[in-house]
Each structure stands twice: as C-alpha cells, then as structure tokens.
Write a protein that binds this ligand. Structure first.
Ligand code: GRF
Length: 207
C-alpha cells in the first residue's frame, strides 16, 4: 500500500503527534504528506509545522456545500499522492466525494469500544452509563458515524473514582499507542474486509 498519509484534524492534534512521533522514531514506516484542518485555530497545525510537515486549512464554512468541501479535501489529498487518510479528532462527517476517492483507505480513532458510545463525548457517556471497561477503537470510515470495520480495539478499565477528564486521559494514553499500530497493520496490507469484519491473514496476525 502507498505509505503516504494524509491526516485530517480539527483541534488539539495529540493523535497526530503520536503519528508524527512514530514515523520519526521508525516505529511506523510511513510519511505524513500533509495535515489538513477544517479550523484555522487547530493546535495540531502547529505540531505539524514544527515537524516540517505541510499543512493546509480548508475551512468548511468557506465551501458552498458539504460535498464541495469533501471534494476540495479529496483533491488536496490526491494532489499529494496520499494512500491512507487518518482522521485524528476531525469533527466532520465524511461524505461520498471523500469516501469514493479513498475506498477502504480512511481510518478514524474513537475513544470507546464501538459500537458502544459513538459520537462526541464518548468518555463521559461511558462513565455515566456505568460500564466497567471502555477503551479505544480504530476503524475504517464509512458513511455512517463511527460504524465502519474495526481494525483494532484496546480496553481501558473504568475506576470508581474516575471523572470524565481522568478517564479520557487514560484512554488518550492508549489512543496514542494504538493509532500508529493500527496504521502499520493497515499499511502492511495482509488483510481483507469480509462484511463488517476486518480480517488479517494468518501469517500477518501472528507477526
Ligand atoms: C480523541 O479522543 C479521538 O479519539 C477523538 O477525538 C479526540 C482527538 O484528540 N476522535 P486529539 O486532537 O488527537 O488530541
């Protein structure tokens, strides 16, 4: 698979930083070709610039429609020969123009064990629901929110004295481990999608 990544962000960019660090440290054999934010004030843009990565701000409010914005994002990604798109705190639904441009090639990271607690504020919802374990999911992006084939999940215990922020902080530590790992698994390429299932080849799964 083409190892050029495009990372889409809207904010803080700590998962972007985990991907930057993993590529820099040789844990992830990939190049981040471009970081695109839909918000000019996303702190993640500075993280990318500090790492010498090209950044673009494509403000969705400047596009006449959702499809037009997605087309513009797809155009910029393709212009840089991106093979895999990583959403990292990108607060937009992905529409057909972008999905069609990158079939089975857009990943997202979500701070819960999907299909539990999709959408925003997943850590607070898990806490309020009273689950004893929650975690992290990296999955392929489809037209339905937080609903595509699951690449990797990791468990995080919920403690009795957790608050939303303490739980989110422990989940975030796991996010930063698992996202580079999931990107590596996908780039290594020995997998297929069967229905909803992401299935690794036998040799790859034991590697
Ligand atoms: C993370 O919790 C991620 O799972 C969710 O949005 C948050 C983004 O954080 N999709 P950051 O911008 O990567 O720090």
């Amino acid at each position: 698979m083409n190892r050029r990544l495009g990372v889409l962000i809207s904010g803080r960019g700590s998962n972007l930083q985990a991907l930057i660090d993993a590529t820099r440290d040789g844990l992830l054999d990939a190049t981040i070709a471009v970081v695109i934010s839909n918000r000019g004030d996303a702190a993640g843009l500075q993280r990318a610039q500090r790492a010498g990565i090209e950044t673009l701000c494509l403000d969705h409010r400047a596009s006449p429609s959702r499809d037009a914005h997605d087309r513009a994002v797809a155009h910029e990604l393709r212009a840089r020969d991106v093979g895999l798109v990583c959403l990292a705190g990108y607060m937009r639904l992905i529409g057909a123009p972008l999905l069609d441009a990158f079939p089975d090639a857009i990943l997202n990271i979500h701070p819960s064990l999907l299909p539990a607690f999709p959408g925003v504020d997943a850590q607070r919802m898990a806490l309020e629901h009273g689950v004893k374990v929650t975690g992290v999911t990296v999955h392929f992006v489809t037209s339905e929110l937080d609903n595509g084939p699951i690449v990797i999940q990791r468990i995080v215990q919920v403690m009795d004295n957790d608050m939303p922020d303490t739980l989110a902080a422990r989940i975030l530590v796991e996010e930063h481990r698992v996202y580079p790992e999931a990107v590596r698994v996908v780039l290594d390429g020995a997998w297929r999608i069967e229905g909803r299932r992401f299935v690794r080849s036998v040799n790859a799964a034991s590697a």
